[in-house]
Design a protein around this ligand. Sequence first.
Ligand code: FMN
Ligand code: MN
Length: 483
Amino acid sequence: MPAPDMQTFVAELESRGWLKRISVEVDPELEISEITDRVTKAAGPALLFENVKGSDIPLLINTYGTKERMCLALGADDFDEVAARVKTLIKPEIPTTLMQKIKKLPELAQLGRLPPKIVKRGVCQEVVHTDDADLTTLPLLKCWPEDGGRYITLTSVFTKDPETGDRNIGTYRVQLVEPRLCAMHWHVHHDGARHYRRYKERGERMPLAIALGGPAIMPYAGTCPLPPDIDEALFAGFLQGGPIELVPCVTQPKIEVPATAEIVIEGYIDPDENLILEGPFGDHTGFYSLADYYPQFHVTAITHRRSPIYPTTIVGKPPQEDFWLGKATERIFLPLLQMLVPDVIDYNLPMFGCFHNCVFVKIKKEYPLQARRVMSAIWGAGQMAFTKIIVVVDEHVDVQDEDAVLFHMCANIDPKRDIMFVDGPIDVLDHASPYFAAGSKMGIDATRKIAGEGLIREWPQEIEMTAEIKELVARRWEEYGLR
Ligand SMILES: Cc1cc2nc3c(=O)[nH]c(=O)nc-3n(C[C@H](O)[C@H](O)[C@H](O)COP(=O)(O)O)c2cc1C
Ligand SMILES: [Mn+2]
C-alpha cells in the first residue's frame, strides 16, 4: 500500500537506500537548487536537508525524481499496473454468472471506499499557529537567480466551488510576499482559477488551504489532469486503495485537508482585492515565466505535525523531478485518453517537450486523414489541448523511441501537404505564442500516405530484414566470431 504520510515514505525511501540526508547547513536561496539539479540530472536519491539556513524544519526534495521512487509512491511495480486499474474502472467487465458476480464483490466494495473520509482530528493540527503564523519560519526556496522571490512549490491547493461545494486539489506554486501574504499562481485554465472566478462573481471571500505532504500519492494527485468537478481527493483514494482522511481546517472550516499532512497553510483570497505581481519564476519550460498579476492569498493559520518536514521541488530545464510526475500521468491516463480518442494506441511526451510542447502519437491508420482527426481530438482533450506540436506515426513505430519517431517524421512528410496549423488556447507558460495563453499549434502527419490524402505517388516499402534471416544470424552469431 502507498505510504499513508510523508514521514513513512521517507523511512521507506531510506530503507531502500533511495534517500540521502544532508546535515551541513545549506542556503535555501539557490544553493539547494544547484545541489538538487545536479542530483536529479544524475538520477540520484531523494534529499533530506536537515539543516536549512533560517529554519528549524528539514526540507525534502527530489522525492519523486526517479521512476522507481514514483512507482514506490504509487505502491506499484510499474505505472502500467496503475493504468490497468484505471482501465477496469472506466470499462468494467460486467459479470454474467453468479460466480463472476461473487468474485467481483471485493472490487465493488473497494470502489465504495474511495471517497475521502472526514475525520475530527489529524496530526497535521498537532501544532496550531494563528495570530503568530509566519511563513518565513518555513524553509522556502529561491529556486533560480532571477526568481521574483521565495516560493512554496510542491503544494496541494484545496479549494471548493462555492455553488456546488465540489472540491479541487491543484499543484500551484505560491510566492512569498510578506510573512502572512502570498501570490497564488493558478493558471487561468486550471480549476483553482475557475473556482476563484465563481467566488468573484458572487462577491464572496474564497477560503482555501495549502497542504504540504500527506499520503505519498498526495503531491502527485494535485498534478493530475482530471476533468473539472472530479475531486482529486477521490482519485487519490483510488491511487491509495482506500479513502484519504481529511480534517476540517481550524480557521477555514469549509475546507478539509489531509489529516496526515506535514504542514497546512490556511487562508483566504478576497476577490475584490487587487491582484499582485508574481514572478518571474524559473519554470519547467526551461525559461523564466514572466511576472504577471495573481490573487493575494492571506494566511490565517499555519498548522503542522509536531516535528514536520517541508516537502518541496524545483522545476527548470529537464530532467527535473516533475518529469517523473508527468511520466506517471502519461502512463496512468492513457486509458482515459483512449476513451476520448480511441485511435491512440500509445503516446509519448518526450522530455525535451516539457509536457505541453510536443507529443508523439501512434495510431493504426484505417482511412484517409485519420491522423488529422486524432490531432483535432487531442486539441480538445483536457490539458492535452495545450500541446503545441503533435506528431502522428503508424502502428509499427515505437513512440517511446524518439529517434524512430523523428526518422519517420522526416521521411514521411511533404511539409506543405502533411503539416496542419490551428489556433487555440496555449499553455500559460509558453513564451513563444504571440499572445498570452493564445497562439497556434502544429500537427505533423508522419504516417504513410494513402489515397484521399492529396497527391501521392507510389509509396515505397520500408526496409526490413526477414524474420528467418534475423533468426538464423542470431543463432549463428557466436560462430562469426563477432562481438
Ligand atoms: C511541480 C509542479 C508545479 C506546478 N505549478 C503550477 C502552477 O504554479 N500553476 C498552475 O496553474 N499549475 C501548475 N502546475 C500544473 C498543475 O498542477 C496541473 O496542470 C494540474 O492538473 C492542475 O489541476 P487542476 O486542473 O485541478 O487545476 C504544476 C505542476 C507541477 C508538477
Ligand atoms: Mn481539478
